[in-house]
Ligand binder design. Structure first.
Ligand code: CTP
Ligand code: MG
Length: 375
């Protein structure tokens, strides 16, 4: 059986807003339309995108698909353009799917195809669970019995020949889905179980629901450790703030030992080496550099991986200066540099009971642990 899938992506997404139509918005670094295409790809031999090639081609790069065809003024016209373009391939079955629906459960298409053994069309639908009210001007005008009511989703599956013939009869502006054409022609359309996760991106608020449905974040832990010597004549930078003290930390950059340990913990959690790999001490550029820059880079790496920082815990190890009076300012600064709420950051300190180099106040050590959530 030859299965073709039409991916309609010609809408402007007026209810969603934004500078680009919603089907090209990124979820975990991947355009919504690509999530949709990847969900259909295992079940369809042909994928026919409908819409602007300039936007669709980069989003589907590397995925097998037919050349884009332009969309129409209505969704139904867009579907029609896709159907006509598929004629040369003579598919047996056509799936029609909204590019704005990225989260198609893996069993949906197999169940639709099974239903096509009995019907010329089949759709996934979810029974309406809420009580339905008709409202007029903010007042209830009646209760609609919800018995036998369903919310229709896509992909919808049809005999290709039947669907093409019905579309060729002319536009049906009142049709908001494709099953409607079969209904009007008196042809039975099968219902299979839809899914609450098969959300259509329509409003801004749908975006975070989709993110939760699509992206499983796994925790990754990283640790970092750093030491710098104390010497007179340097300012003391710790966790992004200047701490008044008679000596400061020596090093190639501003020697902010707290930030360095924290950066290494983040790079470690991501499996991306350490601070020296990203900012080699051999490069003159980083001489006396503000370590804030390193931490911003580490935060960018988390974002580039589609992840988020769950929490970070920094321990400064020194006899003096006393850290507690500065801890809150350090937390605020680190949270700001990382772009997270302060509640995700901890800065604390300990002494080594006057033992060792920290005890003799020859240097300051810092250790950090982080938990990063990544897809
Ligand atoms: N669509 C299309 N051609 C159109 C209108 C819509 O290909 N002329 C597509 C959309 O890109 C989307 C799907 O049909 O993938 C479902 O439509 P809808 O959710 O209504 O998207 P938009 O029309 O883009 O959004 P809005 O109605 O908020 O403007
Ligand atoms: Mg629309």
């Amino acid at each position: 059986m030859r299965v073709a899938a039409i991916l309609v992506a010609a809408g402007s997404g007026s209810r969603f807003g934004g500078s680009m139509p919603k089907q090209f918005a990124l979820i975990a670094g991947k355009p919504v339309i690509r999530w949709a295409a990847e969900a259909l790809a295992p079940h369809a031999t042909l994928i026919q995108p409908v819409g602007e090639a300039d936007l669709i081609e980069p989003a589907l790069a590397g995925l097998a698909h037919l050349a884009c065809v332009p969309g129409g003024a209505t969704r139904q016209e867009s579907v029609y353009n896709g159907l006509e373009a598929l004629e040369a391939f003579a598919p047996d079955v056509v799936l029609v799917h909204d590019a704005a629906r990225p989260c198609v459960p893996p069993l949906t298409v197999p169940e639709l195809l099974a239903a096509l053994e009995d019907f010329e069309g089949a759709i996934p639908a979810v029974p309406v669970a809420d009580t339905l009210k008709r409202g007029e001007a903010g007042i209830i005008a009646g209760t609609v019995p919800r018995q036998n009511l369903y919310r229709a989703q896509t992909p919808q599956a049809f005999s290709y020949e039947t669907m093409l013939a019905l579309h060729r009869r002319g536009p049906a502006p009142e049709a908001t889905d494709d099953a409607w054409l079969l209904e009007q022609a008196g042809l039975p359309v099968g219902l299979i179980a839809g899914s609450e996760e098969n959300i259509k991106l329509t409003y801004q608020e749908d975006f975070s629901r989709l993110e939760r449905a699509l992206v499983t974040l796994s925790p990754r832990v990283g640790t970092g450790f750093d030491v710098h010597a104390l010497e007179p004549g340097r300012k003391l930078m710790l966790c992004g703030i200047e701490v008044p003290h008679e000596t400061g930390l020596a090093g190639h950059s501003d020697a902010d030992v707290g930030i360095h340990a924290l950066c290494d913990a983040i790079y470690g959690a991501l499996g991306e080496g350490d601070i020296g790999r990203h900012f080699p001490p051999s490069e003159a550029t980083w001489k006396d550099a503000d370590s804030a820059r390193f931490l911003r880079h580490a935060a960018e790496r988390i974002a580039a991986r589609g992840g988020m920082l769950a929490n970070a815990d920094v321990t400064l190890i020194c006899e003096r200066p006393k850290i507690t009076p500065h801890a809150q300012a350090m937390i605020a600064r680190l949270a700001d540099l990382l772009g997270v709420e302060q509640s995700r950051i901890s800065v604390k300190a300990t002494t080594t009971e006057r033992l060792g180099f920290t005890g003799r106040q020859e240097g300051i050590a810092a250790q950090a642990a982080v938990c990063v959530l990544v897809p």
